[in-house]
Design a protein around this ligand. Sequence first.
Ligand SMILES: *Cc1c(COP(=O)(O)O)cnc(C)c1O
Length: 233
Amino acid sequence: MLIENVQAVYKRIACAALKSERNPEEIRLIAVTKGVDRDIISEAIEIGLRDFGENRVQSALQKVPELKGSFRKSNVSWHLIGHLQRNKAKVAVELFDVIHSLDSLELAEYIDKQAGRIGKIQRVLIQVKLSHEESKHGIDKESLPDLLKGLTGLGNLHAEGLMTIPPYFNDPEKSRPYFRELRELRDYAEKSGFGLRELSMGMSNDFEVAIEEGATMVRVGTAIFGDRRMEVK
Ligand SMILES: *Cc1c(COP(=O)(O)O)cnc(C)c1O
């Protein structure tokens, strides 16, 4: 079941990449494991998945350290894809290889300080809010240039790209303008001299569209592990 789902997702990634004349290897599949038990995650690692995303620091704390212990030699990366409160920055820096939800200079300073304390360069993506939904986190696109300038002063943090979560639509085509806008912001930042290669965008129902618009990381939960909203709530 799990292996069939994973193969189906890889196939969808490959089709979307070919359709847009991209190399499928440029696209990293992040398996989103919120609400997924440790033994299923172990199975996913055994199948060959290497990137995992959790949206809450607290639930990651219950599974990541043990999984890291069991798969020490497997080169597994952990991604924080949900909002990060600054009082959790210390634990987040200890647990996660990449933090996708940097959304203020203040948070960046906390992360930088914690990373410095343990001698780590923390990889981060900047979460940009492109819709007007009240509930979504992320910086406004107008604030991106100032944040990027501010980050250049922080030596223990490395910004590698941008992330966004569009509003939910049944029709994935409706997500396309958001994905395109994130890519344009990335291209603009790169032209201004900031190296931001990565674009973390696209989930189970719209990752093909995200790939067509340039996604380098897709965050996929339901298509791999099934619908587990009941367990998350
Ligand atoms: C849950 C979640 C995902 C995965 O969503 P699916 O629709 O289950 O693929 C991706 N990104 C974030 C930020 C999430 O919280």
